[in-house]
Design a binder for this molecule. Structure first.
Ligand code: ADP
Length: 749
């Protein structure tokens, strides 16, 4: 009997249509045509879609795609438009027509009315399908009864495949433990939240947060579980990235060895970029070659290839990234024309690598300090998330390398310093401070303790002190010390002690020589002044003689003239005192007494000098004027030395005027306040003035323009004034002559 299949299909109580593997329809039955009111022409190809409610169409198309791709039939609920525009709920069931050729499989659809409860169910289903979360219903035997569209789509699995969820490797092995706990909790009726890694179609596991809630019947018995899952992989990755970053930065901050930091860093990169092999290449100090930094899981051979390799060649991605200071991405090693025939390509291929991404590590100064290289077995470019990871970690590597280089430089400097200190102090050995202190000269103990206190307060600078050697000798030492650390509350000083006895002795010898020279200079002055001093002394002497004779005569007279004799005797005494005065001043001035510092009034000292040099000034026919300021502050000086300075200025001034015939030889000595806290004395003459070309040399020792001069007066005067904390200088007058001045700090009250 010949069966009229077309007639049978037409007679079926429902809507029937067939569709190709590409989703296009080529046949609709009579039931379809009558219900929808669409003719065959309007229904074939994609025309049939116009009969499905526009709100249901997107999920229908999606489900239909999934059915064709997976080859598994799945019911779909949808509203179908009747010829009069009314919509009714239908359950649409696809079934494959030819089993053998899955690629060209055709499908037959049967649409039948859904009753009210079924359509309510269908509405719920569609709602669940529309929710962008993975939702599944499990029965009490943990068998999946329903999985929404998103679950099927995300895993790209059929419902049956998905139902193997406990055993199919869909859950990461490391999360099995969590899974058991999860199931246990569910069976005991608790709501449970777990974080698990699920396998995705691209082969990667993604972190998912799963919440499972038991559903109970009216008696409180668990009848179902609803599991709801949300992808938290991006969140997890961001958390992991942040945690890794914090950890690495902590390592850097704690000063851990660079090798360890970079090693941890490359391991983190491997974790965060799954399937990658990460290595860090560093540069030699001259930045010309590579040297190994860290290599996590990268094989030795890879690292050996780079160790010592010249960078300027640029014939591999790593060196090129240094040369060009930019990331060099080689997604498909074998087919990248840049590296064809290069030794690098051969080496990497022999290691089984299929791709490489090299990123330069840039230091704070902007120089390349290394390369972060990522290799993969398969040809692949880093994803944008991985690019983010690489970017962040190259920055951290840069910080770590910078820090290590800074530390190394600091250590090198410290080492140099220690070596220098060790050399200076003849080998540094720990000494107790008390031991050193025990040797300090008793006169200097006070000063030594003060210096140590200053060091404890963190103040620095060097200081000198004297010690008594075990043999009883005296040594001058210079110490530099600093508190380096405290151990058990006791300060550890580090420093050096330098024996400066020799230089101290040399300095003393120099001072001695200088004062001897000063003495010689004074004696020379004495020579020059002999005549006038002799005159100065002989005057009162002859006065004494005359007065004594007169006195005798007055007493010998009859009657003796006692009144007048007494007056002459008084004059004798006065003259004798005058002579004694001059002689005393001379003795004081030309003695070799060690200097003593006492407060003195500058005016008084100047007057003494004038008294002593009156004869000389007269001889030189110089007219001296004085202008002394009242109530001058005192100065702390060695009186004799200061007298010498003033005398020298006065005599030089007189000398400078001896050749002057056409104008009065006037001399002015003036005292006064100067620049706030100091006192000044100036001697102004109307002599020859100073040759401007020579003005710098006046104060040089042995510079003289005089036939009998020694040329040491001014140099000694300057050193005396400077030792008193003052200044001595000269200038030419506006008119004829020169002015020599000195200033001295006023003594504190
Ligand atoms: P001396 O007086 O033995 O030459 P000084 O060191 O006292 O040694 O002076 C050095 C030189 O400075 C003098 O030779 C002179 O040329 C110059 N000089 C010093 N005082 C004056 C002055 N008031 N006017 C001009 N020249 C002076």
């Amino acid at each position: 009997m010949k069966i009229d299949f077309g007639g049978v299909v037409d007679a079926l109580p429902g809507l029937v249509w067939t569709a190709n593997a590409d989703g296009r329809s080529d046949f609709v039955n009579r039931g379809w045509r009558e219900y929808t009111g669409l003719g065959l022409d309007q229904s074939i190809d994609h025309g049939w879609q116009t009969a499905i409610h526009p709100d249901d169409l997107p999920s229908f198309i999606e489900a239909w795609d999934l059915v064709r791709r997976s080859g598994t039939a799945k019911e779909i609920d949808a509203r179908m438009r009747r010829f009069d525009g009314e919509y009714r709920w239908f359950v649409l069931r696809p079934s494959p027509l030819a089993e053998d050729d899955s690629r060209n499989r055709r499908w037959c659809w049967l649409g039948s009315y859904a009753d009210e409860s079924a359509s309510a169910d269908g509405r719920l289903r569609r709602l669940l399908d529309a929710i962008p979360l993975q939702i599944g219903f499990l029965n009490t035997a943990m068998v999946l009864e329903f999985a929404n569209l998103k679950s099927l789509r995300d895993f790209n699995m059929t419902f049956e495949q998905l139902n193997q969820w406990t055993s199919s490797g869909i859950i990461h092995v490391d999360d099995h433990e969590t899974t058991y706990k999860y199931i246990e909790a569910l069976l005991s009726g608790k709501t449970y939240t777990a974080e698990l890694r699920f396998l995705h179609p691209n082969g990667a596991y993604r972190w998912t947060r799963a919440v499972c809630v038991p559903m109970r019947d009216a008696h409180g018995n668990v009848v179902n579980y609803v599991s709801c899952q949300v992808d938290i992989d991006d969140l997890k990755q961001a958390e992991a990235l942040l945690a890794a970053e914090v950890k690495l930065l902590e390592m850097v901050a704690q000063g851990e060895a660079l090798e360890q930091v970079l090693d941890a860093l490359s391991r983190h990169v491997e974790e965060l970029c799954s399937g990658s092999f990460c290595s860090v290449l560093m540069l030699t100090p001259d930045r010309k070659r590579f040297r190994n930094g860290a290599r996590a899981g990268v094989p030795d051979a890879c690292h050996d290839f780079f160790a010592g390799k010249a960078i300027e060649s640029g014939d591999d991605p790593c060196s090129l990234s240094v040369v060009e200071k930019t990331s060099i991405d080689t997604a498909d090693l074998a087919n990248d024309p840049r590296w064809q025939g290069s030794p690098w390509l051969a080496a990497m291929q022999s290691l089984g690598f299929g791709s490489c991404c090299a990123t330069p590590i840039i230091s704070a100064s902007g120089e390349v300090s290394g390369v972060l290289a990522i290799h993969r077995s398969d040809p692949a470019a880093p994803s944008s998330r991985e690019e983010g990871v690489i970017d962040r970690f190259t920055k951290i590597a840069g910080i770590a390398i910078d820090r290590a280089e800074m530390d190394a430089a600091l250590h090198a400097r410290e080492r140099e310093l220690r070596e220098a200190l060790a050399q200076l102090s003849d080998g540094a050995t720990p000494r107790r401070l008390e031991t050193v202190r025990g040797r300090v000269h008793p006169d200097g103990l006070h000063l030594f303790d003060g210096e140590m206190r200053r060091r404890l307060e963190g103040k620095g600078g060097d200081f000198n002190f004297r010690v008594i050697t075990p043999k009883g000798g005296l040594k001058h030492l210079r110490g530099i010390a600093q508190v380096m650390e405290h151990i058990e509350g006791r300060p550890i000083f580090m420093g050096t002690i330098q024996d400066i006895t020799e230089s101290k002795l040399a300095e003393e010898a120099l001072n001695q020589a200088r004062s001897e020279l000063a003495h010689v200079a004074r004696v020379a002055t004495l020579n020059a002044m002999t005549a006038s001093i002799a005159h100065e002394v002989s005057q009162p002497l002859s006065g004494i003689l005359t007065n004594a004779n007169t006195c005798l005569r007055l007493l010998a007279a009859d009657p003796p003239n006692v009144t007048v004799a007494a007056e002459t005797a008084r004059r004798t005494i006065r003259d004798a005192n005058r002579a004694t005065d001059v002689i005393q001043r001379l003795r004081a001035m030309f003695s070799t007494k060690p200097p003593t510092m006492d407060p003195a009034n500058l005016n008084d000292v100047a007057r003494e000098v004038i008294a002593l040099s009156m004869g000389e000034l007269r001889r030189a026919e110089a007219m001296l004027q004085t202008d002394f300021a009242d109530e001058l502050p005192l100065v702390r000086v060695d009186r004799v030395q200061l007298q010498q300075v003033i005398l020298n200025l006065l005599l030089n001034a007189a000398d400078a005027m001896t050749a002057i015939e056409d104008r009065p030889r006037t001399l002015l000595m003036r005292t006064g306040l100067h620049d706030g806290g100091s006192v000044r004395l100036l001697v102004r003459d109307s002599g020859t003035g100073i040759d401007p070309a020579k003005i710098d040399r006046l104060f040089d020792a042995f510079y003289t323009t005089k036939a009998k001069g020694m040329g040491v007066g001014l140099s000694i005067s300057r050193s005396i004034i400077e030792r008193h904390g003052g200044r001595l200088w000269s200038e030419n007058n506006e008119g004829p002559g020169a002015t020599f001045s000195f200033s001295l700090p006023a003594a504190p009250d």
